[in-house]
Design a binder for this molecule. Sequence first.
Ligand code: ACO
Length: 179
Amino acid sequence: MEFNFDIRRILRPDEDGFVILSPQAASPNNRDLNQIIDELGKASARAQNLKSVITTAVRFFSSSDNKLYIKVEDDKVVGILKTGKRKLFHTDMIGKITEMTPLCLLDFYVHESMQRHGHGKYMYEKMLEVESISPNKIAIDRPSSKLISFMRKYYGLSDYLPQNNNFVIYHQYFDVIIR
Ligand code: ACO
């Protein structure tokens, strides 16, 4: 995704092309940064056919523990990935409800022109490394069919019980193999 200003000056990506923002560490008053977050949030919602946008600058800067990973290549933004902890209730096969506060994948988007080139995997791996977490321990908010395929392909994760809250927690989260 391209912008009509120098995104590298605003984002200052590291040598791997990543910018990792937390609400406390970034400035909420940078108009260009807010535009980048808003445009990517809108594009992500469009790509997922969502009725409302999940990631906006205002919402991000008013959150407490969300993290936003932005990937840059040359003068373009490749995509975004947002994480945060959420209190969830998970119902298992016998109806037992467990309260948990897992790290959640809240939003994930790679620009249409760059999908299926390995950028998503690269971004996800970066997030796993920064968070020091294995893929089975992440809850996913309403995964799209593309993300379902992505998790199966790269991490062998496919089995879960659908929940009312629409978060997917793979069986491997509990380190139990259910056949
Ligand atoms: N159809 C089916 N599977 C797909 C597609 C597609 N059009 N695009 C990517 N995938 C999955 C497949 O498993 C694919 O492997 P394959 O090409 O061998 O079938 C794999 O992802 C490709 O891996 P990457 O190239 O590393 O992934 P990519 O850079 O495309 O990023 C992402 C994956 C983020 C899901 C991207 O396709 C995207 O932005 N899609 C649109 C938005 C979206 O669905 N985001 C996830 C929403 S859920 C959430 O945010 C919590």
